[in-house]
Design a protein around this ligand. Structure first.
Ligand code: FES
Length: 157
């Protein structure tokens, strides 16, 4: 099954940005996968904004492009279809529901584990959507799976 219905071409624009697709196409499909230098990413269009993330979940490599988007405390999150981890679209933070046992009546609250999923900077120019090349001077948990599935590694659903 070819899940990459989207453009798989890797086109580097003069200003160093990588072409992903046409703005109007992504607005219509709401999500698109692409390869940037062999790395699989997913671009979501959600509530008027574009968000790009590594497409393989930082937990065990689940396919985030098949997940549902949920609102958690006003933050749009992609829910991984494999074990339901929640990742904010805006920042790539992993969220978990934690309890503080020291509270008199502990109630679960959403908290951040920090940025786990690499996000990619999106630029819209002239009806085209681009992402910036990743900055590998900083690493994220999702890098492991991005490398593992690089260049068409097995596509598990
Ligand atoms: Fe995504 Fe486990 S692989 S939640």
């Amino acid at each position: 099954v070819d899940l990459h219905s989207s453009s798989t071409r890797t086109e580097t624009e003069p200003d160093g940005l990588i072409f992903i697709g046409k703005e109007e196409d992504i607005k219509k499909s709401q999500r698109i996968t692409a390869k940037i230098n062999g790395r699989e990413i997913v671009v979501f269009y959600h509530e008027g904004k574009f968000h790009a993330l590594d497409s393989r979940c930082y937990h065990e490599g689940g396919p985030l492009y098949c997940g549902e988007i949920e609102d958690i405390n006003g933050q749009a999150c992609i829910v991984c279809p494999w074990h339901k981890f929640k990742i904010t679209l805006e920042t790539g933070e992993g969220l978990y529901e934690g309890i503080n046992p020291l509270e008199s009546s502990p109630t679960p609250k959403w908290q951040s584990k920090g940025v786990k999923q690499r996000i990619h900077t999106v630029t819209i120019d002239n009806g085209n959507v681009y992402v910036s090349p990743p900055d590998f001077s900083v690493s994220f948990d999702s890098d492991y799976f991005a490398d593992k599935y690089k260049n068409g590694g097995e596509l598990a659903m």
